[in-house]
Design a binder for this molecule. Structure first.
Ligand code: SF4
Length: 217
């Protein structure tokens, strides 16, 4: 969707009295949407799903970007303390049950947030995975909400061109070989022959955290 199209859609939602929020993982490519939002409506709530397992560089980048773009970002955390997030072997859940770890730290907190909102602006792109390719620009989500996917038809080249045009900052780990950056225990560097998102949950059958599979209707 073009900048003008996104602007029109935000204005339509606002005129209908819809409450909007967006989530961001604060990677280089995901801040394109944040920059677009900052050019249109700085009052849209920006949420960082703080699992407690992010690279310190991501948290620093989030603070830098929110200041540069003039956006207020809130941290969304799990209600389940980490001492209750352990498997039967006593180790933290990401080692034995990453699906449940993602559920407690990402899906459940966002599900609760959906109850207080109408529109979830989400930066998924069709070229990122098979799950995302099957998504629609507007899609029903739990609790009567709508997911709005304004970046769905953007590709890596368009993202790169936008980053260049607006001279957007880069996630500090990008120069060290990381491209798709999530929680530290579940992210590795990308090898030349790998697809970008293969760097997440490497060696497991898991490809999505649940936000884009459980919180969709
Ligand atoms: S990405 Fe890994 S550490 Fe982060 S919530 Fe999911 S399983 Fe846990």
């Amino acid at each position: 969707m073009t900048f003008e199209g996104i602007k029109e859609q935000f204005e339509k939602y606002a005129s209908e009295g819809k409450k909007m929020f967006t989530t961001s993982s604060f990677q280089s490519h995901s801040i394109v949407l944040l920059h677009i939002i900052s050019r249109i409506n700085k009052d849209i709530q920006v949420v960082f799903i703080n699992t407690g397992y992010h690279f310190p560089e991501t948290v620093e980048f989030k603070d830098r970007v929110s200041q540069e773009f003039g956006l207020e970002v809130i941290d969304l955390r799990s209600n389940t303390p980490k001492f209750m997030q352990r498997g039967t072997d006593g180790r933290l859940l990401f080692t034995s049950d990453p699906d449940h770890c993602c559920y407690l730290n990402k899906t459940q907190p966002v599900d609760a947030l959906l109850m207080q909102n109408d529109i979830w602006i989400n930066g998924v792109r069709a070229d990122q995975s098979a799950v995302r390719k099957a998504m629609k620009m507007e899609q029903p989500a739990p609790h009567g909400t709508i997911r709005f996917h304004p970046m769905l038809d953007w590709n890596a080249k368009m993202i790169y061109q936008y980053q260049k045009e607006y001279n957007l900052p880069k996630h500090p780990l990008e120069n060290s070989g990381y491209l798709s950056i999530g929680c530290e225990p579940c992210t590795r560097k990308v090898d030349p022959e790998m697809m970008e998102r293969e760097a997440r949950w490497y060696g497991m059958s898991k490809t999505e955290c649940g936000l884009h599979t459980d919180l969709v209707k």
